[in-house]
Design a protein around this ligand. Structure first.
Ligand code: GTP
Length: 412
């Protein structure tokens, strides 16, 4: 594949580049040597050299989306361009449409969504480079039992942040939404004032009831919100299931919001989730509840001393707040930014994000493989029969699994 010679003579010319990128499709990395091999010819001119380097970078960035963009119709490409430019210009309607697209389960829409995401990712990389490697947004997970005051807290906390010039997005993960027929958490009546704020964006994150669903749609929605210029992304989940573990695996900081109640009332809370928390906030520390809140705080402080240390630079904190009066919310934000700065400078944040990317990829593979396995012709009909045999004790689970796996492998 040849680069037009006029572009090689004037690689810094913006108009030529535009023309070139409109008509030229780089399909693989093997195309790059042709740029490489021609650079020595122009070596005497530093400006051209720099421009060629820039050109190569643009090609690198273009390579992945173009590979995927193959086979998309003009209409789909136009949709991607419209959503992408609207998103990075901060239009909320485009962000909402883009999230709807990534949530789609339709194969065609999924493909379009992946090309859009890839473009947003390239944009992220560029922006982070300009930002000296600092992440674009602070990703915060918030979990707590029903009635702990999560929505009251988000309303108060979100408003405080937007008043300070931040752009806040709230993604509410509700794994029960598929059974209840609608997401309860993302219900805007829960955060009336914040949902009217132009610098805030609240969105339920439907999960189709699966943990894999939480991983895919929420992770992708986080990226889109960041692309839309939201510098604080809050992911809310009810802390009584498994979804909070998935959420803890996709954020920079995980916060547990608890009411001032003792062990019996918190039975629904999984012990493991306390270990995931970087900060525990005891809410409702106002009026008559100040005394129990102090007691619960002391209990958690001593309990958390026994937990394994997860970070070299941060010890989980336990704070008292009141989402109703706003007391302690500003101090809590100070602690959160202290955490962010510490983990960023120590390199822990970037290491964590890298690890999360890998976990995300494997979760997706696991989810898709299982779906593929269950619907495969070679095993689909055998599953009910073998399940029945396992239930009645005729067949051991291990043997049944072996039989199904063998049928699957033979059918490949
Ligand atoms: N006294 C006091 N009450 C609060 C505080 N925060 C929330 N509440 C009350 O606690 C109740 C539950 O608050 P929500 O914010 O709806 O709690 P939630 O965790 O979002 O609950 P779900 O929507 O069921 O998950 C409401 O009646 C609030 O008024 C607080 O700081 N102090």
């Amino acid at each position: 594949m040849k680069i037009p010679s006029v572009l090689l003579r004037f690689p810094h010319c913006y108009l030529l580049r535009r023309m070139y990128f409109k008509n030229f499709h780089c399909t693989s990395r093997s195309d790059f040597p042709c740029v490489e091999s021609l650079t020595p010819v122009r070596r005497y001119h530093t400006k051209w050299m720099c421009s060629l380097e820039g050109l190569k970078r643009e090609l690198c960035h273009q390579a992945v989306p173009d590979q995927q963009a193959e086979g998309l119709s003009d209409r789909e490409n136009r949709l991607i361009d419209r959503l992408y430019s609207g998103l990075i210009q901060g239009h909320r309607a485009c962000l909402a449409e883009a999230i709807t697209l990534v949530e789609s389960t339709q194969a065609r829409k999924k493909k379009v969504a992946q090309v859009l995401l890839q473009k947003v990712l390239s944009y992220h990389r560029e922006q982070e480079k300009l930002n000296q490697g600092k992440p674009l947004a602070f990703r915060v997970g918030l979990s707590g039992p029903p009635g702990a005051g999560k929505s009251t807290f988000i309303e108060c906390f979100g408003k405080m942040l937007t008043e300070r010039g931040h752009k806040v997005s709230v993604l509410a993960v509700d794994p029960s939404s598929s059974t209840s027929g609608g997401s309860l958490l993302g219900d805007k009546t829960r955060m009336t004032e914040l949902s009217r704020d132009m610098n805030a964006y609240i969105r339920p994150s439907p999960t189709r009831g699966t943990l894999g669903g939480v991983t895919r749609t929420t992770n992708e929605a986080i990226l889109l919100c960041e692309g839309g210029g939201y510098d604080v992304v809050l992911v809310e989940t009810v802390g009584v299931g498994q979804s909070e573990f998935a959420v803890a695996d996709m954020v920079d900081m995980f916060i547990l919001l608890l009411p001032p109640a003792g062990g019996d009332e918190l039975q629904g809370i999984k012990r493991g989730i306390i270990e995931m928390a970087d900060l525990v906030a005891i809410n409702k520390a106002d009026g008559d509840l100040i005394v129990p809140a102090r007691r619960i705080q002391a209990e958690y402080v001593s309990a958390m001393k026994l937990l394994r240390k997860r970070s070299k630079v941060w010890r989980p904190k336990v704070m008292r707040i009141s989402a109703k009066t706003g007391e302690g919310i500003s101090d809590m934000w100070d602690k959160m930014t202290e955490f962010r700065d510490l983990v960023l400078t120590s390199g822990e944040l970037l290491a964590k994000r890298r690890k999360q990317q890998k976990v995300w990829m494997w979760n997706l593979i696991q989810e898709n493989m299982l779906e593929h396995f269950r619907s495969h012709l070679a095993v689909k009909d055998k599953i009910p029969l073998l399940e029945e045999k396992v239930l009645s004790g005729v067949l051991s689970p291990g043997l049944a699994a072996d039989l199904l796996l063998k049928a699957f492998k033979d059918g490949l």
